[in-house]
Design a protein. Structure first.
Length: 231
């Protein structure tokens, strides 16, 4: 994905899209995974207002609404004159494992996230919702772009258990050790705090098993998503 951004010192904030090679078959495809990785990498650096506006933009694009400008205080344009280029890639190593190759030395978090959202919005209508959903997952991932995110979006993780499919909220409360509330969905703050705490425990740097880390992180992220959507 090629994008263009105005420089931080520029008097106006602008973004533009360049060359896009974002395969989405089967949805969300490699393209959707890349865009989700960009959101996961730069989303945590957005302030609360920008994060909320980014999510509203996802809804507008999903529903086919006219997108007024500017969004996140940046104007989307076609002209790239005076803008600096940036390229993000999803690449495979010799073993076939996917990794994100993201340019993070230019552009702001808001610019990167905006371009990922606008690129997702250009997907063909039949897969647009799936690609936008992938970006939405990336924004809420919290663990950065990595193998767990790829596994989660590509369906190569173990997926949800039978319990999770039967009662997603109860399953999510158990995953995040939040069942003491008598079945009540905890506050968003409690969910976020529990997620961050369990995420640290799941990381190999803190003693967790390497062969289980990706699956555990995927479970935690899905549990957080379920509970935040239910709050």
């Amino acid at each position: 994905m090629e994008a263009f951004h105005s420089r931080p010192v520029a008097p106006t904030r602008r973004v533009a899209l360049g060359s896009l090679d974002l395969p989405t078959d089967p949805a969300p495809g490699y393209g959707g995974i890349l865009l989700a990785g960009i959101a996961a990498a730069f989303g945590p650096e957005l302030d609360e207002d920008f994060d909320a506006e980014a999510r509203r933009l996802l809804v507008d694009l999903e529903r086919g609404r006219r997108v007024s400008q500017p969004r996140l205080r940046h104007r989307l344009q076609v002209d790239r004159v005076g803008l600096q280029p940036c390229t993000h890639r999803l690449v495979a190593d010799d073993s076939g494992a996917l990794r994100f190759d993201l340019e993070d030395d230019r552009g702001t978090p808001a610019q990167h996230v905006l371009c990922a959202i606008y690129a997702a919005g250009r997907s063909v209508p039949s897969v647009r919702r799936s690609v936008l959903d992938a970006v939405r997952v990336g924004l809420g991932w919290g663990a950065g772009p990595g193998p767990a995110l790829v596994a989660h979006l590509s369906g190569r993780s173990s997926g949800l258990s039978v319990e999770a499919l039967r009662d997603p909220v109860a399953w999510a409360l158990g995953v995040l050790d939040l069942r003491s509330g008598g079945g009540r969905v905890p506050s968003r703050r409690d969910v976020q705090q529990a997620f961050r705490s369990r995420l640290r425990d799941a990381h190999p740097d803190h003693g967790a098993r390497d062969d289980r880390a990706a699956e555990r992180i995927s479970e935690l992220a899905e549990a957080r998503r379920i509970l935040l959507a239910s709050s």
